[in-house]
Write a protein that binds this ligand. Sequence first.
Ligand code: PEP
Length: 252
Amino acid sequence: MAVRRPLIAANWKMYKTASEAVEFVRRFLPLVAGIPDREIVLAPAFPALEAVASALKGSPAALAAQDAFWEEEGAFTGEVSPRMLAAAGCRYVILGHSERRRLFGETDATVRRKVQAVLAAGLIPIVCVGEREEERERGETFSVLDKQLRDGLKDAFTVDPGRVVIAYEPVWAIGTGRTATAAQAEEAHGFIRGRLSESASREFAAGVRILYGGSVKPDNIAELMAMPDVDGALVGGASLEAESFARIVAAA
Ligand code: PEP
């Protein structure tokens, strides 16, 4: 059996200036100092990346960006390349978050180009997939996940499974306080792993980490993490406060 090290990632969205982010790190690191065996990842907004990278030096926590463009450089006003993110100290890049799909027109095709570029830069994509509420109600959860995996992620199917992370984030659970039940999360994670076993390989499916995201809190993380196919969490709102995120890391 592949060992999948639990990964707990904070998605700070468009919150925290660089100095606010550094202040978080200063409070947070002592709170998680004695917690072994899990990977901690912080994803601040672009302007805070370098400051957070410096603040994390010497700590086991890693840095992530919340998006990346697919080109290396060029006339792409407003965009940031994976190469720039690597130079700023990132190890991970969140891609295809539902807010980017819903508000900024991101599609499986653009996610695919970004996944390729992020992998080429030696960074690890955290690729978000998940169904909307109406899709779940129509019984389309699995077909939505299947399409997102196939169309967005297929170029990653041949890489080492440690070089890719998937985040299952049901859109109806993000920022709503409505967490998926542990059984609902496990059902989706099990489906994703099963599809990867067929489309990629058994080794890839067994080794890739699948995070759950959607209203994760200190008091529901343990139940979610107890599920065999839940390998960690992507946390929005409850990651903005050092004490709350540290409690999630400790209980994971
Ligand atoms: C997210 O934005 O990825 C997320 C899961 O947010 P929240 O934890 O606030 O639902």
